[in-house]
Design a binder for this molecule. Structure first.
Ligand code: GLU
Length: 290
């Protein structure tokens, strides 16, 4: 009788194990203490099992991704978004490896597998979508112009950049937009916007052009030296770059974004970072599931 009972329990346990394994989703715990439910065989499950994730971010853009040289820590809105996504995969903050990705190496970093995702003021567009996939958008910036304080060259709009020396970053939408909207501008290209700001400071260029929020972050560090002019002349919807056609991962990140729009974590991430110098907290943009 006793043996029969034991046998029954053993059989029941075996059946349960098999049926749980077959149900696609499983509860994982990677040491963060947080139990998460991730689709079997997905990138999220693989990262959870590895217990770490590699994320491409900017290292020199105050408000979005900036590395503190003394602590070695990166901070900003993009960094916060990455931490939240990692957390939803059961990966704690200390197990995220942040890698500097400048504008030009974002697609190669994703296609070559150097990073698992890129969260780096990364505009969603069709050209990039041919190489990688995007979740989001989670923020919409717009291109603008930064000049020396007092605007000595009287630049008021993008057309005024014709005949002027303008700095931007290679591989960015900013570079393409300046060339298209001010074809007579002489464009200097660097890897990062801080290098552009140095050229402006040293009068090697007349203006720097990129996303307003990037420029506002740079101005915040040098209020006596630079100012923003004109109105934004493009829309730059920021997405999270993942491997092309990794639909499960893209859907997962989109689900996380929609969740944090509702539960206040998006707003907190914003106000704690870029919101410190861009006062109006915008409404989060609707996620586009293509
Ligand atoms: N958002 C634009 C882009 O993705 C400009 C900013 C940047 O280079 O990160 O190219």
């Amino acid at each position: 009788m006793r043996r029969a009972r034991h046998l029954q329990v053993a059989v029941l346990a075996a059946v349960l194990t098999v049926s749980m394994a077959g149900c696609g989703k499983d509860k994982k715990n990677s040491g963060s203490g947080k139990k998460v439910s991730l689709k079997a065989g997905s990138t999220m499950e693989k990262l959870n099992k590895a217990g770490k994730v590699t994320v491409g971010v900017k290292f020199d853009q105050p408000g979005f991704g900036q590395k503190d040289p003394s602590s070695g820590k990166v901070a900003g809105f993009d960094v916060e978004i990455a931490k939240i996504i990692a957390g939803e995969m059961g990966i704690p903050e200390k197990s995220i490896e942040f890698v500097e990705s400048v504008s030009a190496n974002r697609e190669p970093f994703i296609t070559e597998g150097k990073v698992d995702m890129v969260v780096a003021t990364y505009t969603i567009n069709d050209k990039r979508k041919a190489l990688i996939s995007f979740a989001g958008p989670y923020y919409v910036a717009g291109q603008d112009i930064m000049v020396k304080k007092g605007n000595p060259k009287a630049i008021k709009a993008v057309a005024d950049l014709n005949g002027k020396k303008v700095c931007s970053v290679e591989g960015s939408t900013s570079e393409k937009n300046v060339k298209a909207k001010a074809p007579q501008a002489t464009v200097t290209l660097f890897k990062t916007y801080t290098e552009c700001a140095e050229d402006l400071r040293n009068d090697k260029v007349d203006a720097v052009s990129t996303d307003n929020v990037i420029l506002i972050g740079l101005i915040d560090k040098a209020k006596d030296d630079f100012e923003l002019v004109g109105d934004k002349f493009t829309d730059e919807p920021y997405g999270i770059g993942v491997k092309k056609d990794d639909t499960d991962f893209r859907n997962f990140v989109n689900d996380v974004l929609e969740k944090i729009y509702k539960d206040g974590r998006w707003k907190k991430a914003y106000t704690d970072t870029v919101g410190k110098f861009v006062k109006e907290a915008p409404e989060p943009p609707a996620v586009v599931r293509y």
